[in-house]
Design a protein around this ligand. Structure first.
Ligand code: MF3
Ligand code: CO
Length: 264
């Protein structure tokens, strides 16, 4: 069994700060998302905000050689899109994935932004990705198996006739960007680890409009759908409490509570 860190009170306080800063970057960037801006320009705004305003560190920059401070994944890009000269176009759906390190602790979150007028079917895709994240977060409490999260995401997404990417998962988080445990977003009975109070991890389902198959491009990062269908992802960092979890990367206008109490 792989060791999973239980965060101390002091660590949780630090993670609250990192989570809040991460959330603030996503709140801050919203007004810049419009037709014609390049993903590189969006990245630069986030980078400068994290460094200069937050006096913090963008965890992605230099992580295993990643060249930018955020991941920006448009349309058929599933995740780990490298910000570049691409100009956002009417109808694009865009995931921005931000991770901030402050006082040595990480926060990690992502969400979808819509550019101009987005096709109804892709709006539905984004909504379903968010709902699947919320379904999982509402289940979290001490004593349940990790597999319960993927099982219920899968139940919901298969009803919607979308597919779940299986190659990438949520992860423990703290001093390190990626810690144990892994959190799969589809059902896997081997995910037997029991959730405990004080665990911190992310849930970050990637949902494809078409088939689940993805591949990694030659740049070593950009992940795309094989069938070129669009993909959506939402991510939060949470800490497990006595009776549920707290969303550390909670943002304003979120359609869920920050403090989740799960009595079931
Ligand atoms: N933020 C991603 C995650 O959710 C990880 C990105 S790694 C990077 O785990 F190097 F591409 F930034
Ligand atoms: Co993550």
């Amino acid at each position: 069994m792989k060791k999973i860190k239980i965060k101390t009170k002091e660590e949780i306080e630090k993670m609250r700060i990192s989570g809040r800063l991460t959330a603030k970057v996503l709140e801050m960037i919203k007004k810049y998302i419009s037709i014609g801006i390049t993903t590189e320009e969006i990245d630069k705004i986030c980078h400068d905000y994290i460094i200069n305003k937050q006096k913090a560190i963008p965890a992605c920059l230099g992580y295993k050689g990643f060249p930018k401070s955020t991941c920006i994944s448009v349309n058929n890009i599933v995740c780990h899109g490298i910000p570049n000269k691409y100009k956002l176009q009417n109808g694009d759906i865009v995931n921005i994935d931000v991770s901030v390190v402050k006082n040595g602790y990480h926060g990690d979150a992502s969400k979808m932004f819509m550019v101009g007028k987005v096709n109804k079917k892709y709006k539905r895709l984004c909504k379903s990705a968010r709902k699947s994240l919320y379904i999982a977060l509402k289940l979290i409490k001490p004593g349940i198996k990790i597999s319960k999260l993927g099982k219920n995401i899968q139940k919901y997404i298969s009803k919607k006739k979308f597919s779940i990417v299986e190659e990438y998962c949520g992860h423990g988080i703290g001093k390190k960007f990626h810690e144990n445990p892994q959190i799969l977003h589809h059902y896997d009975k081997r995910q037997e680890t029991i959730i405990e109070k004080g665990m911190a991890f992310t849930v970050e389902p990637m949902i494809n409009f078409g088939n689940k198959e993805v591949y990694c491009c030659k740049d070593g990062w950009t992940v795309k759908t094989v069938d070129k269908s669009y993909s959506a992802q939402y991510e939060h960092t949470i800490i497990v409490t006595n009776s549920g979890c707290n969303i550390l990367t909670f943002q304003k206008n979120e359609k869920i509570n920050k403090i989740l109490i799960n009595k079931k």
